[in-house]
Design a protein around this ligand. Structure first.
Ligand code: ATP
Ligand code: MG
Length: 395
């Protein structure tokens, strides 16, 4: 929803403002690049103008550009605005025009902020709210409606930001993901199975500005083409949040390793497989200059993810393993997957076989796992990492 003659999208970002000037400028430049790439990916046009602590996209496609900005990491909110002179009469006119076009019954409120030196305007933000409120009231009456003000929980809210030289009128603050612009951190390897948890975990790292290098471990007879296709689909959805960033998927052929582990290991099988996966991820990270690994694990969600067993898997790598879902309940992770759009792909039935043993160890010791796992496990992980296939992913 936007004023009928919206000419720009005002993009707000949160944490960048508290950084040093040098860091902030770098992050703002990255954000501008990412929004540019997002517009290109959606075939939208707009001129980006960077200002201190905010960014504007001047466009004649305000609705779609607002949606694109609100899907960009680092953006806290975006509003399609109409830009007017910073005079009370121009602001009132814009509010009335917007109300006439967008008011759809119920209560309303006008919220105003004024910035700049006090002498820049002969009026205060309270004046904007009361005079602007009157203009909206009259516009609603003209429409034949019965205006009513509710400042706490209005059905229809109009906003004014009045700066020294111009003012912006808008009627929506569309929330963005927040976080930091993608590409402002060093990358990590993302172990993505295509299940519900791991795409959400990768998304959370991306939200904090961290590019991910997705890795899918093909379990051979225990996985299958549908299982792999599911992983590819979830990465494609992740890539739609990251135009301009390469999310090519590395596929590891681990069929033989999984068969060996399944034949030769009992209750420790899953733990050894997890350690293998982390070792593969570490080898790829070293090769690609990545500085960590992200997984979808949550404490206690599965037997391989008890606190004791996470300690055992963690010891397979010296890189930090990020587990942003660690303390999140499955229902919440599932809701998050729905919100970001990975849920449907994650729940395609793949009919794959179960690698997990019927009575898995839930309280393993590192010594016992080291004694049980094949001596060449880590060597094989390195070879598998080297032999990986890379699937290009469209953003
Ligand atoms: P998800 O956790 O994504 O829902 P899942 O529940 O099938 O998938 P888990 O058994 O919970 O997977 O595995 C824990 C984590 O190990 C996953 O979140 C993921 O990071 C990683 N992982 C599991 N299987 C694979 C795989 N085949 N390829 C890459 N990573 C994997
Ligand atoms: Mg899981």
């Amino acid at each position: 929803m936007h004023p009928p003659d919206a000419d720009s999208v005002l993009v707000r970002h949160g944490e960048l403002g508290v950084k040093s000037d040098q860091v902030r400028r770098k992050m703002e430049d990255q954000l501008a690049d990412n929004i540019r790439a997002m517009l290109d990916a959606r075939a939208l046009s707009g001129d980006i103008e960077q200002r201190r602590n905010r960014l504007f996209v001047h466009t004649d496609q305000p609705e779609d550009v607002t949606a694109a900005a609100a899907d960009t990491f680092g953006v806290t909110s975006a509003s399609a605005v109409t830009t007017v002179d910073s005079t009370l009469s121009a602001i009132k006119d814009a509010l009335a025009v917007t109300a006439r076009e967008q008011y759809d019954g119920g209560t309303f409120a006008v919220s105003a902020r004024r910035a700049g030196p006090a002498e820049a305007h002969p009026f205060s933000s309270t004046d904007i709210e009361s005079d602007g409120g009157t203009a909206v009231w009259e516009a609603i009456e003209e429409l034949g409606g019965e205006p009513a003000v509710d400042l706490d929980n209005p059905d229809f809210e109009l906003f004014v930001e009045c700066r020294a030289d111009e003012a912006y009128v808008f009627c929506e603050k569309r929330p963005g993901p927040g976080g930091l612009p993608l590409g402002t951190q060093r990358p990590v390897v993302a172990l993505v199975s295509g299940g519900i948890d791991s795409p959400v975990a990768a998304w959370k790292l991306m939200k904090r500005g961290t590019p991910v290098l997705p890795v899918y471990v093909d379990l051979g007879d225990y996985g299958g083409p549908d299982h792999r296709a599911r992983a590819v689909s979830t990465i494609e959805t992740l890539a739609s949040y990251a135009p301009g960033h390469d999310l090519s998927l590395s596929v590891i052929d681990a069929g033989d390793v999984v068969t060996d582990l399944s034949q030769n290991l009992g209750s420790l099988r899953m733990l050894v497989l997890r350690r293998f996966m982390l070792a593969v991820a570490e080898a790829i990270a070293h090769e690609c200059d990545a500085v960590g690994i992200v997984t979808g694990e949550a404490i206690g969600q599965k037997s391989s993810q008890t606190s004791a067993n996470i300690a055992v898997t963690d010891a397979a790598t010296t890189l930090p393993v990020y587990r942003p879902n660690l303390t999140v309940d499955k229902s919440e992770i599932t809701n998050h997957a729905r919100t970001i759009g990975t849920f449907d792909d994650s729940t395609i039935d793949t009919g794959c076989n179960r690698v997990a043993p019927s009575h898995p160890e839930t309280n393993a010791s590192l010594e016992a796992v080291r004694a049980a796992e094949p001596d060449d496990l880590f060597e094989r992980a390195k070879v598998c990492a080297q032999d990986r296939a890379v699937i290009p992913i469209e953003s």
